[in-house]
Structures are given as structure tokens and as C-alpha cells.
Design a protein around this ligand. Sequence first.
Ligand SMILES: *Cc1c(COP(=O)(O)O)cnc(C)c1O
Length: 392
Amino acid sequence: MIKVDEKGFYGKFGGAYIPEMLHPNIEELRDNYEQIVATAEFQEEFQSLLRDFVGRPTPLYFAKRMSEKYGAKIYFKREDLCHTGAHKVNNTVGQIILAKKLGKKRIIAETGAGQHGVATATVCALMGMECTIYMGALDIQRQRPNVERMRILGAKVVPATSGSQTLKDATNEAMRQWINNPVDTHYIIGSVVGPHPYPEMVARFQSVISEEIKKQLLEKEGTENPDILIACVGGGSNAAGTFFHYYNVPEVRLVAAEAAGLGISSGKSAATTALGTPGILHGSKTLLMQTEDGQVVEPHSISAGLDYPGIGPVHAHLFDIGRAEFVAVEDEDAMKAGIELSRMEGIIPAIETAHAVHALNMIAYKKDDIIVINLSGRGDKDLDTYIKWGGY
Ligand SMILES: *Cc1c(COP(=O)(O)O)cnc(C)c1O
């Protein structure tokens, strides 16, 4: 049975490894979130925003031409059609309602490529909340359009200037700010990472994905259960949402696509289960890429959303017990899969998502198996990367 325990562990992984200064913030959240989320009032507001603001349910689309090519029934869950272009907004909508119910006035968040920052700035505008986004100084230079989106939406974007000036430094800065403003501030984490209760909370907000897949597949195929589910994994929130209602349905295979970057053994990779060892990252015990003396190794992936040295604790557990199959997809193969999906189905995917699409070439399946791939986001944000790569 895959289920988080009271201390936030999935098997060996999870928990809340945080400085003492953060205990009050985390305890407040842990003690209140389940109760608030279970109220009819919360659910009504959440469901109505998912429907009218995010645009849910997202379609489950049968990909006819790709099904013919691969000899399986391939469906895409169209999270790319969510408002702001990816699944991330499912979580930020849930957390902003929660923050309001907790009486918070300010929101802070970290962002790497800026997708979570945009999804957070969007819901802050919606609710009239003050919003500060911490972002690595280098990422601010590299992701100009998303920085400007956040500013247009009224958010303040603060550069993190320590370390490599990327995502992990932005996370450190957001944590520091949270410690200093515990009473009026809520920290919206963007994936199934961080100290308990974040991983489970984010997974529950994203679980609307698998809830809808079950209903939609029942309508289209007469069964709730596909043979195989595939999703890409950075921190693992879209994968957790896709797998959530199937964790304990053993006949459904779960496939997680990590980013191999230039190759698992190239030294430029983000394939966490292939290269990682147990350790503590951003408040939870999980698998992470680290040196023998515990220094975090800089990850690499062509997709900013998968460029993370760790993985959510639930995925470390799924890997550990063999419940999910992990494949590591190289940059070049992901780019080609992105072009294939564009040309065969008329959908330009986010490059993160393209990793999940390529996984079709890396797993075994039977003829006419039902395969559902979570299309986590659209490719608009990645046009520059497609152009620079140029192989189309
Ligand atoms: C951020 C992002 C991801 C990676 O995040 P997860 O938490 O692993 O889902 C994947 N796809 C898209 C489109 C993203 O924006």
C-alpha cells in the first residue's frame, strides 16, 4: 500500500528535516491543511476555480496517428491546455485558497525556469495577494519572458545571488525569507518536494489529473485502468498527479521519464534515480545527485523543468520498491520526440513533456495496450530552445 505516514514518510523517504526556526511554520501547515482541504467550503472554491479559471477537466485525447505507428492505443492527458500552459496551476490554485484560509497576506515562491513563478503570480493576482518570487540571478537572465510575465501580473521578482544562482539558491532564499516572516507569509512550493506536508499536499492538489483520467478512460474504453501510465519527472508533481489514484492498482504500470541530459555517464545529467543516493535535499530525505562528501552535484537537462538534482520522496519510494519503472531520456531524443508529436498530432509539447513521449521507445508493451501519457505542458515557452537546437 503506497501511502504517506504520519511523519510524512513514504517507506524510507520523506519527513521534515528543517532548521528549528522553521518548525512553527511547518507545524501550522501540517496541523491545519488536511482539515481545511476536507471542508466543503474549500472544495467548492477549489473545484469551481479548477473548472472556470484553469479550464478543467482537460481532455483525454486519443492520438490516432501515433497509435498506428506504435501499435498501441495512445492517449494524451492534455495538461498543456491548462491556463498558463502546464499542470503547475492546479497546485498553486489549491495552495492560494489554503493560504487565504490560514489568514496569510503574502505569498513567496521559488522558481527555476519561471513556470512555477508564473503560476504563483497568476493566482496571487486572482486573489489580490502580495507576491514575491525568488529566482536565481542567472535564471533571471536566461528566462526573460517569464520574468516579465510575473512582473506584468504584479509580482516582485527577487534575484538569488548565492551559489550557482539557479533554482536551489532561489529555494534557499525563499526558505530564509519564510523564517523571517512566519506569521503573515505562506510559501508555495511548486513540486512534490520539500518538508512534510508539502509533498503529499502538492500530490493531492495534482491528483485531479488521475481522477479525471479514470472517468475519461471509463467513457472511452470501458475501463478506468490503462495498461501503462507515463509522465516526466523533475521534482515529480505531474507524475504524482498522474499516478495518484493508481498507486495501489498493481495491474497499471507506472513509467517515470527522467532527464539523462547528455547521457547518464556524461557528467551532464539529471537522472536522479540512476545516479542518486539517499540524502537530505530541501527538507526531505530522498534520492539526490551528490558527491561522496554530500555536496549537491549540478544537474543538467535541456529542459529547465527537469534540471533538478533530486526527486520527490514518493518517487524515491516508488523506485525503491520497484512500483514504477524509471527511464532516462537524453536531450537529443527528447527534442526529436517533441518534433514527432508536433508533426504527427499537431501538438508542440514542452521539452519536459517530450521526455515522457520518448519513453514510448524505451519500454516494452503489448500490441493494443492502452497507454496514457501525461502531456504536462505546452511548448510555447521552449521556442528558443527548439530554435537553438534546430534539428527540424
Ligand atoms: C515544471 C514542469 C515539469 C516538471 O515538474 P514536475 O514537478 O516534475 O511535474 C514538467 N513539465 C512541465 C511542462 C513543467 O512546466
